[in-house]
Each structure stands twice: as structure tokens, then as C-alpha cells.
Design a protein around this ligand. Structure first.
Ligand code: HAM
Length: 422
């Protein structure tokens, strides 16, 4: 026999026993987003490589090392999207959605980054992203954070910590960058290899280092807060005041810089200590310069994306999966007539009870083998229909999950009984 072809490293199948949790997650997030008036947008998974170079930034890990880039048959350089913001801005520009108007958008789907796979880090992963365009004030930054907090509540997730920072405007950051460069130059000998590489190209990223030997050095580095102009400071203070007013806890983390270049002013992350090294489940911020950078007129924008695999990993640590509704009924039939009538009965039940999850046994077999399948389906009840029962206008209802013994029910009374039980 030929050898199985395996999935690509870092790309996982999401199996039928896992999809109920995924659907719960996706449905919950969708419901919250629609309550805030956000509308879904769907973009292609492939974009021109240039889009990501111009938005995420040439000297970022994503663009330098992680993109799945290839030439198509026309010789165009295409890239599997590593994130959704760039494509969302491109789509907004192309379809005239961004100027002189406010847009509240969200999207979901797979993203691709050629990172070193580990727990919580994959090469194909899924995000739900949320972007708002046309609003410059901190009120919408606050709205986005409140949305995320409401999503955690809907999911029953506690213990997520909100971390917050401001990166100032591009001009403020460029001034700060010079000072940071000179600080790190002065202690060049203590820098690790990665930081030396970043020193000229992207010194702010040094602040984000995970190397414990660099911690002291980074802690003593000059802070961006000291380089903010009045407007940026006020923007940040108003956001913090808004969070205080609604009682949302947060930690200002001056070392929070993010790995994509398009951010300005507010950046935030929701982190957990339950997932090991990959503890950021949601991240985003303001990117007021990006629309212009991609060829449009300036439009203020802010957004975030959640990593669904990481949220699923958190949900798997709870008992949620056991509490999600499964199959209600598994219909077992004995005899030819019962089999024919059974299918009709199943359809009548589905008509009468829109929420009912019913599997009709297919493929024949003895009562015993059908019953085994009923048990394996995890259904709450087996509905048993034999020719004898049919003749009496009855059916048997047998609990499969230890809730009592089999009971004979008049078919005419079945819907009422099921409505009461399920
Ligand atoms: P990001 O921080 O690169 O931001 O990704 C957002 C989230 O996606 C991360 O916090 C994490 O939960 C998840 N994630 C990222 N990479 C992986 C991976 N390799 N495996 C599993 N999960 C991962 C963005 O993508 C921005 N577009 C967010 C944004 C939207 N900013 C403004 N609007």
C-alpha cells in the first residue's frame, strides 16, 4: 500500500469532535460583533506580495522570514495572507468603503506564517479580525476593547489580562527611535545577536525581546511615553479614563511594541498565563497611517485580531465541550415497514421541532447493531420503532445517558413529550 500523504507541518485538521467548540466560539464572537453593529467582509486568501511588504513593513519577522510567497503562472508574486488588516484596507480602498464614512468591519479565516510550530503557534492558524475606519478619537479604541471583554464574558473566559501601550505618532516615534538607537549603541557589547541585527533596522523591536539576559538592559531603556506630544498623550489618557470609568482593569506595558509596523498610538494585547509561551490570544491597535501608505487619503483606523487556536486551547481547559448540546435522538427501526415509516416519522419530527438533532439509522442491520451505533452517537435518547409498535401507533423512547428506562409513547404524543424532555 502507498504511504499516507501527511498534512503540512504546522497545519492542522480540525476534526469533527473539535468543531462543536469552534462553532460555539465563532457563533459567540459573531453574535457580539453584530450587537455592536459590525458587518462582515470576506477577502481573498491570496494577495499581491507588495501589499504585505508595504503595510506590515519590510523589516519585520513576518515579511522577512515568515511569508508563504510564490510566483503564479503569470509571474506575479503572490502571498498567502499572514494577517487580515492589509487585505481589509486594500478591499476598503478598492471598493470605496473608506472615505468620508465610518466602517465597522470584521472578517474571519485562515492566516499563514512560516513560523517554528509549537503549542499555540501554527503555520496555518485562524483569526477573527475587527477593524473600524474613519474614527480618530479614543472612544472607538475603548469600544473595541469593550467588545473583546464582552466576547470573553460570552465565552466564559476569565483571567485574561489587558495590556496597553501607546506608540505615539510616526513623527514622535522617529524622534524616540533616534534616542533608543543611541542608548543601545552605548551598550552594544551587551546586546544579543538578534538585537544587534534589529538595532539599525527596527530598534523598537529590541524592547520586545524574550531573552531574559536582556531584561535589565531593556528595562532601563528610555521610554516612549516621555516622547509623546500633547495630542498623543491626551488620546491615551482618555482611553485609560474610559477604561477606568467602565471598571475594566488594564496594565500599561511600555514594552508592548507589536510585531507589525503599521501601528501608531494605541496598541493592546490580551494575554493569559495558561498557554505557556504563546499567551497572547488577541492583539491590535490603531493604524492611522496605513490607508494613506497603501495609496488612499488619510483615514484613521483601529482594530484587533484574535487567535482562534489559542482561544480554543483555553476553552478546552474548561468543561464547556461537555455542556454543548449534542445529538438528541437516534432512530432505530426493526422491520421493513418500520424502516419506511421511520424515515417519514423523522421528517415529521424535524418539521415540528426546528431545534431537534436527530440521526435516522441508515444501512440496515440487526436491532443490536443499530442500538450499538445509537449508543456510540452520544445521542440522549434512542427512538425505537418496530413493525409491532407501528401497528399500535407507538414508539419506544430509551434514554441512553442514564436517565431512566425505556418508555412506550403514542406517536401522536411524541412531540409534546420530546418538547418537555429536551
Ligand atoms: P498579530 O499580533 O500578528 O496581529 O496576530 C493576532 C493574533 O493572532 C495573535 O495575538 C495570536 O493570538 C494569533 N496568532 C498570530 N500568529 C499565530 C500563529 N502562528 N499561530 C497561532 N496564532 C497566531 C495581527 O495579525 C493584526 N492584523 C491584528 C490587527 C487587526 N491589528 C489591527 N487590526
Amino acid at each position: 500500500m502507498a504511504k499516507h500523504i501527511q498534512a503540512i507541518r504546522g497545519m492542522k485538521d480540525i476534526l469533527p469532535q473539535q468543531t462543536p467548540l469552534w462553532q460555539f466560539l465563532e457563533d459567540s464572537v459573531r453574535a457580539v460583533l453584530s450587537r455592536y453593529g459590525y458587518a462582515e467582509i470576506r477577502m481573498p486568501i491570496l494577495e499581491l506580495t507588495e501589499l504585505f511588504k508595504r503595510s506590515i513593513g519590510e523589516v519585520t519577522d513576518i515579511v522577512e522570514k515568515e511569508m508563504y510567497t510564490f510566483e503564479d503562472r503569470n509571474g506575479d508574486s503572490l502571498t498567502l495572507r499572514p494577517e487580515g488588516t492589509a487585505g481589509c484596507v486594500r478591499a476598503g480602498l478598492e471598493n470605496g468603503l473608506l472615505f468620508n464614512q465610518v466602517q465597522r468591519l470584521w472578517y474571519q479565516g485562515p492566516m499563514f506564517r512560516h513560523e517554528r510550530p509549537q503549542k499555540g503557534r501554527y503555520r496555518q492558524f485562524h483569526q477573527i479580525g475587527v477593524e473600524s475606519f474613519g474614527l480618530a478619537g479614543p472612544d472607538v479604541d475603548l469600544e473595541l476593547i469593550l467588545i473583546t471583554a464582552r466576547i470573553w464574558k460570552a465565552l466564559g473566559l476569565q483571567d485574561l489580562q489587558l495590556q496597553l501601550n501607546t506608540l505615539g505618532t510616526a513623527a514622535e516615534r522617529s524622534q524616540y527611535r533616534k534616542e533608543l538607537m543611541s542608548y543601545f549603541h552605548d551598550c552594544y557589547d551587551s546586546l544579543d545577536e538578534d538585537s544587534r541585527r534589529r538595532l539599525e533596522s527596527n530598534p523598537l523591536r529590541i524592547l520586545d525581546t524574550k531573552n531574559p539576559e536582556m531584561a535589565e538592559l531593556v528595562a532601563a531603556a528610555p521610554s516612549l511615553m516621555g516622547h509623546l506630544g500633547d495630542e498623543s498623550r491626551e488620546h491615551f489618557e482618555q482611553l485609560c479614563a474610559g477604561l477606568d470609568a467602565v471598571g475594566q482593569a488594564y496594565l500599561v506595558n511600555p514594552r508592548l511594541v507589536r510585531g507589525l509596523d503599521y501601528y501608531a498610538r494605541t496598541v493592546f494585547e490580551w494575554v493569559t498565563d495558561q498557554l505557556g509561551a504563546q499567551g497572547t490570544v488577541c492583539a491590535g491597535g490603531r493604524y492611522d497611517g496605513l490607508v494613506e501608505q497603501l495609496g488612499g487619503k488619510p483615514v484613521p483606523a483601529v482594530g484587533f485580531a484574535m487567535g482562534l487556536e489559542r482561544l480554543i486551547a483555553l476553552l478546552e481547559q474548561t468543561d464547556l465541550a461537555q455542556r454543548l448540546p449534542g445529538i438528541d435522538l437516534y432512530l432505530v427501526t426493526v422491520g421493513e415497514q418500520a424502516q419506511r415509516e421511520g424515515l417519514l416519522l423523522a421528517e415529521r419530527l424535524r418539521d415540528a421541532m426546528p431545534g431537534l438533532r436527530l440521526i435516522s439509522h441508515c444501512g440496515g442491520g440487526s436491532f443490536k447493531s443499530q442500538f450499538k451505533k445509537a449508543d456510540k452517537s452520544n445521542a440522549r435518547y434512542a427512538l425505537i420503532l418496530g413493525d409491532d409498535e407501528l401497528a399500535r401507533g407507538e414508539t419506544g423512547l430509551k434514554p441512553l445517558r442514564g436517565e431512566g428506562t425505556q418508555q412506550q409513547v403514542k406517536i401522536s404524543e411524541l412531540v409534546d413529550l420530546l418538547n418537555a424532555r429536551l
